[in-house]
Design a protein around this ligand. Sequence first.
Ligand code: AMP
Length: 429
Amino acid sequence: MSFASLGLSAPILEAVAEQGYKTPSPIQAQAIPAVLKGQDVMAAAQTGTGKTAGFTLPILERLAKGERARANQARALVLTPTRELAAQVGDSVATYGKNLRLSSAVVYGGVKINPQMMRLRRGADILVATPGRLLDLHSQNAVRFKQLEVLVLDEADRMLDMGFIHDIRKILALLPKNRQNLLFSATFSNEIRSLAKGLVNNPVEISVSPRNTTAKTVKQWICPVDKKRKPALLTQLIIEKKWEQVLVFTRTKHGANRLTRYLDEEGIKAAAIHGNKSQNARTKALSDFKNGDTRILVATDIAARGLDIDQLPQVVNFDLPNVPEDYVHRIGRTGRAGSRGQAVSLVSADEFKQLSDIERLIKQLLPRQLMDGFEPVHDLPESRLNHRPAKPKKPKKPKPGHKDGQRAPKKVTEGTNKPRVRRSVKGLV
Ligand code: AMP
């Protein structure tokens, strides 16, 4: 199948060809024709499936035909949970739309609002935004939605996890009733389904990778080790295995900072990316990592969610996540688009429960490999596959503040040791 057969026109096809994409990914093959027809879409798809082009390409195609955005108006609105994802979607819009006379803008919190207000005066055919900042801009009359034709909720599950549900509902109330709605989410929980009920009309449902399966191209293994020896083990692995570009996950922001300092002292260039870093620091850390100036990027789950780093060869779980679904998201950073990747977890005895939850979720036991000189004193018990379903968990209450670049500088809760609770419900279709 080709992109041309999906109904996209020459300026967009040229931009796609320039990216080197030969064939549409499964989500693109299904979403593009549906969006072009004007249908609502509900898609279960994670980062790495090509979902961004899946909605951006047909939106550009549709918008290219209509009247341009007037002052302070937006014709398509893409809501994302984090600043990083907003910036990435904004980049994709610019890349795929480079041969069209359409304008786009990206707005998110954590940076000055004035330049964004100035930018919106000219209107934006496509506006990419995080929810809190969008509401702030709206309350200052910097953006209006009279011309709005399409709404995209990207990573809707993450937005709910981060407590954005009230902001999303407020935004929905501001939009014209007659519009196209596209909902993308890695998982389809009951909460997402209830949000979808009042949002999408007779949607085309698309599911590309069954939920909670891990990419086959990722080699996964665990290395049992005592907790306090993890930093030294990681250093040894990086040096011995000559890993050049490694994304390392820690559970807490402090853990990320501590590990970054440790690696730097060992002469391994590392940077941390998490919710306490300024937007500029986060953008710089990411671009240094992408262009190879920084060898190790240490990230917390929320900061890393949605990061698109092409063909990342190596992911390390320095700590196992408390929420087993996060393991799947984490290792989704590697082994993209057919490239091989490796995901290693450093697991100490006190993380046995997390390990068991993960193995139950992905329905496989992770192979173990001990490293010479790092054999643990505190044994990691042997795991067995337990087929009992995970205990149902209570839905999480939305938080009053925002975690990621939004308005109120309230207490940041990312990275505490409290598990984030997510319901486990089967994916679509
Ligand atoms: P996404 O799931 O939108 O985050 O996209 C993941 C990655 O896949 C991005 O780096 C895209 O540039 C890349 N990509 C998107 N569509 C295609 C395609 N049809 N062929 C190859 N790569 C693609």
